[in-house]
Design a binder for this molecule. Structure first.
Ligand code: NAD
Length: 365
């Protein structure tokens, strides 16, 4: 926590549907505050919205605000109006930079499929109904950052290479995050690697085994990444928590997210070593539906639940938000993206209001 004992949340609505969905998430936070949970909110600029005002997608003031806060809630960034902007000033660069500034090395991506939405998946409902798995992906190391890397010409032949490299400290810290997350869930962790081929995976496996000694209540298994990809689409409910490197996690977490078929439902967290985190829906700024009050705010609302659980030590309230979302779905509320026919879909605001109403009931109980 920061100096004052009241946890501070920096709210970065961003672009496109960002402000609309964040608005609903802020209503949910407001409901908690009305019921005695002390949280302080601050607003900041990121992405295209920041570029328009300051000519930078991540102004120094936003970095200072983020550093002074306990958690960041982000909507989304980007939009076609910025397509012509230089790469280092593009909205998406603001996102990459804030992750680096805060050293957010651990990416937590749950893939949750509420039974009520099972028909949205491309898999058979019985394979995915009630799916609840969490992928923990290392986010600041591995082949995306390893040196040396280059594209070059040698003897008139073009070649290119990257380096997949992890040191034991990088592996240890992500393993701790994954084991700790598993402890809060079903206490099963599957570490995914390619130890039959890669030295870096052998070290990964060794270090994960070492860290396991500190979490004897968690059952650990190992799986090769090719098998993990297959198992994810064959029988995804066998997994509780998966931990893996940057490259493997990038691919597996997208596959897992798409098992649920509903991009508007999935939250994410990116954490640093002190459990400070940035929380955001996995989807983008959806410029095609921005300003229409039809975006699904549930991924952002569920990101607030993750924030309470992982950064703010309010697990009970996190559970209640998730419960309020389930109740809302049980009541048949659907935004357009998750409604079967698109008919009778509710608006962004109506969905947010319904969650708040259910949460009020749960908080008063
Ligand atoms: P997108 O996720 O914004 O949209 C993909 C599709 O899903 C669209 O049809 C959109 O309408 C729909 N969708 C997304 N979120 C929804 C929601 N909450 N409710 C209902 N429907 C929803 O991906 P894209 O179209 O490839 O990218 C649009 C912009 O967002 C680009 O500028 C991209 O760079 C940016 N982007 C930002 C992030 C981020 O901020 N983390 C992530 C991905 C893409």
């Amino acid at each position: 926590m920061t100096n004052s004992n009241i946890p501070k949340i920096l709210v970065l609505p961003g672009d496109g549907i960002g402000p609309e969905i964040v608005n609903e998430a802020v209503k949910v936070i407001g409901c908690l505050r009305e019921h005695g949970v002390t949280l302080e909110l601050q607003n900041g600029l990121i992405g295209g919205a920041a570029y328009d005002e300051t000519h930078s997608p991540l102004p120094a003031e936003t970095i200072a605000q983020a550093e002074a806060c306990d958690a960041v809630l982000l909507g989304a960034v980007g939009g076609p109006q910025y397509d012509g902007v230089e790469r280092h000033l593009r909205p998406e660069q603001g996102l990459l930079d804030i992750r680096a500034e805060l050293n957010l090395f651990a990416n937590l991506r749950p893939a949750l499929l509420y039974a009520q939405l099972a028909s949205a998946s491309s898999l058979k409902p019985e394979l995915v109904s009630d799916l609840d798995l969490l992928i923990v992906r290392e986010l600041t190391g591995g082949i995306y950052f390893g040196q040396p890397r280059a594209q070059e010409v040698q003897n008139n032949i073009r070649r290119a290479y990257n380096t997949m490299i992890y040191d034991e400290n990088e592996i240890r810290r992500i393993a701790h995050v994954a084991f700790a997350a598993a402890q809060k869930r079903d206490k099963r962790l599957c570490s995914v690697d390619k130890a039959n081929v890669l030295e870096v995976s052998l070290l990964w496996r060794e270090v994960v085994e070492e860290v396991h000694k500190e979490y004897s209540d968690v059952e650990l298994s190992h799986m090769y990444v090719d098998n993990a990809a297959m198992q994810l689409v064959r029988a995804p409910k066998q997994f509780d928590v998966m931990v893996t490197s940057n490259l493997f996690g990038d691919i597996l977490s997208d596959a897992a997210a798409m098992l649920t078929g509903s991009i508007g439902m999935l939250p994410s967290a990116s954490l640093n070593e002190n459990n400070k985190g940035m929380y955001e829906p996995i989807h983008g700024s959806a410029p095609d539906i921005a300003g229409k009050n039809i975006a699904n705010p549930l991924a952002t609302i569920l990101s607030v639940a993750m924030m309470l659980r992982y950064s703010l030590n309010h697990a009970v309230e996190a559970d209640k938000i998730e419960q309020a979302v389930v109740m809302t779905l049980q009541q048949g509320m659907r935004t357009q993206d998750i409604s079967d026919s698109g008919n009778n879909a509710v608006s962004t605001q109506e969905m947010g209001d319904a969650v708040v109403k259910n949460l009020q009931q749960l908080m008063s109980a």
